[in-house]
Design a protein around this ligand. Structure first.
Ligand code: SOE
Length: 420
C-alpha cells in the first residue's frame, strides 16, 4: 500500500501559491524532493529558504530525477502548456494551477494527452475543498435543495485596486487575454458548477477596465505584494479589472456573478447563494466555517463546520474538530489528499472530487464564451462540440464526452443526519 510519504514530488514555481503547495504537501507527508524556479540561482535561494533538498536547473533536469512521481506546476500561466506537456510525456502525474492554459486549444491538447497516458491530472480549483463546500455538493446531489434554480454571487479582491499595483497577470502575454475572469472568475464558475452539478450552457458578459494605465515597478513583484517603492513605467492595460456575467445552466437554472480585483476592502471574498426549489444555501470564503441554509417554512440554519454534523464528503475534507476554524491554507492538503489517493492507486478514479484537466478545459471554454459575449454584446453559447476523448477512467455522459468534463461526484453515502 503506497503512502504519501512514499511519493516524491517536485514543485515548479515558489511564489505565493507555489509556497502554499509546498507547505500543503509536507502536511500530507509527501516528500518534496525539489523545486524549479526561473533561474538556477533563484531556485537555489528558494530551496534553501523552503528547506527543500534540491533546486533543479531546468525542467529536463527535474524530470531526470527518478525520485519525482508527481509535478506541481505553479509558474505563470503562459508556461503551463509547454511544461505540462513535457511532464506528461515524461510519465509523471501533474497538478497544474488554474487556469490550465492560455487558450482552449492548448487546454484541449492537454486533456487529450492526459487521457492517453492514464496519468493523474488535476487543476488546482482548491476552493472546492473547503469542507462545507464538499458537504454542500453532496447534499445538493442528494436533493437537499431540490432543483437548483438561481445561483448568485461574487468573487471580489482589492489587491489590484491601485494604479501602482502590479503583477505578471496584468500582462496578457503571461496571464492570458482574460485576467480577473481567468484568475478568479474561473474559481467561482468551477465551484458553482461542482456544487450544483450543472454546467454553464450560455453567458452574457460585460468586462470593464477601470484603470486604463498602470505603473509597472522595475524588478520582480510577488502576488498580493503591497510594496510600491522605486521607479515605475507607465503601461496601458488591455485586460479586465472587473466582469459582470449572466449565466444559464444546463438544467435551466439562471446565474449572475460579479468578478473584480479592484474592490477596496474585499481581500479575497468569494460569496455564493444557491436557491433551490426546496431550500437555499449561501457561503462566504472569508468566513469559511459557516454555511447558511435558507428555508421558507421553518427557521433558517447556520451550520458551523463540524465533522460530527457533516456528511462523508465534508468529513473527508475536514482536518480539525468543530470550532477550530479551517481556512484557505487547509483546502490545499484536503485537495491534495484526494489527488494523491489516485496517485497511490496509479490512475485517476472513476469520478474524482477534484477538478481534472477536463474540468479545467471546460472552464477555458466558458471563458471563450465570456470573451466572445463581451465583444459582441450578445448571449453566447459555450462551444463544447469539440470532440474530446472521454477521460481515462471517467464515466463520460454524452454531454461530457464533448469535453471530457464531468460534474458528477463520487457516489456518496446518504447524508449522515444534520442540516444540509
Ligand atoms: C490572485 O488573484 C490569487 O492568488 C489567485 O491566483 C488564486 O487562485 C486565488 O485562490 C487567490 O488569489
Amino acid at each position: 500500500m503506497t503512502r504519501p510519504s512514499d511519493i516524491g514530488t517536485a514543485v515548479v514555481g515558489t511564489g505565493f501559491i507555489g509556497t502554499v503547495h509546498v507547505d500543503a504537501l509536507r502536511r500530507l507527508g509527501v516528500h518534496v524532493v525539489g523545486i524549479l524556479e526561473d533561474t538556477p540561482e533563484h531556485g537555489a535561494a528558494r530551496a534553501a529558504e523552503l528547506a527543500v533538498p534540491r533546486a533543479y536547473a531546468t525542467l529536463a533536469d527535474l524530470l531526470s530525477d527518478d525520485g519525482v512521481r508527481v509535478v506541481h506546476v505553479t509558474s505563470p500561466n503562459h508556461l503551463h502548456h509547454a511544461q505540462v506537456r513535457e511532464i506528461l510525456a515524461a510519465g509523471r502525474h501533474v497538478v497544474c494551477e488554474k487556469p490550465l492554459a492560455m487558450t482552449s486549444d492548448e487546454s484541449a491538447e492537454l486533456v487529450s494527452l492526459a487521457a492517453s497516458t492514464g496519468l493523474v491530472n488535476a487543476v488546482n480549483f482548491n476552493i472546492r475543498f473547503y469542507p462545507l463546500n464538499q458537504h454542500l455538493a453532496a447534499e445538493i446531489e442528494a436533493g437537499a435543495l431540490g432543483e437548483v434554480r438561481l445561483i448568485s454571487g461574487h468573487y471580489l479582491q482589492d489587491w489590484l485596486a491601485l494604479e501602482t499595483d502590479w503583477n505578471w497577470r496584468l500582462e496578457p502575454g503571461r496571464g492570458g487575454a482574460l485576467r480577473a475572469v481567468g484568475d478568479i472568475g474561473s474559481h467561482f464558475l468551477d465551484l458553482v458548477t461542482f456544487l450544483s452539478g450543472k454546467r454553464v450552457l450560455s453567458v452574457m458578459a460585460d468586462l470593464a477596465t477601470f484603470i486604463p494605465v498602470r505603473r509597472e515597478p522595475r524588478g520582480p513583484v510577488m502576488t498580493f505584494s503591497t510594496e510600491h517603492a522605486g521607479e515605475t513605467v507607465e503601461r496601458p492595460m488591455t485586460t479586465e479589472d472587473a466582469a459582470t456575467i449572466l449565466l444559464r445552466f444546463e438544467n435551466g437554472a439562471r446565474g449572475v456573478v460579479a468578478i473584480s480585483q479592484v474592490s477596496h476592502g474585499r481581500k479575497n471574498s468569494l460569496r455564493y447563494e444557491i436557491d433551490g426549489s426546496l431550500a437555499a444555501a449561501a457561503w462566504n470564503s472569508e468566513q469559511p466555517d459557516e454555511l447558511w441554509i435558507g428555508h421558507r417554512e421553518r427557521p433558517n440554519e447556520l451550520l458551523l463546520r463540524n465533522p460530527a454534523l457533516m456528511n462523508a464528503a465534508g468529513r473527508a475534507a475536514a482536518g480539525l474538530p468543530g470550532g477550530h476554524v479551517e481556512g484557505f491554507g487547509e483546502t490545499f492538503p484536503a485537495h491534495f489528499a484526494a489527488i494523491y489517493a489516485d496517485v497511490a492507486a496509479g490512475r485517476p478514479s472513476e469520478r474524482p472530487a477534484y477538478a481534472t484537466f477536463a474540468d479545467g478545459h471546460d472552464e477555458m471554454l466558458v471563458g471563450d464564451a465570456i470573451a466572445e459575449s463581451a465583444r459582441s454584446g450578445r448571449w453566447v453559447d459555450v462551444h463544447r462540440e469539440r470532440a474530446m476523448p472521454a477521460r481515462a477512467g471517467a464515466t463520460a455522459t454524452a454531454a461530457t464526452a464533448a469535453t471530457g468534463a464531468t460534474t458528477e461526484r463520487p457516489a456518496e453515502t446518504p447524508a449522515q443526519g444534520g442540516p444540509a
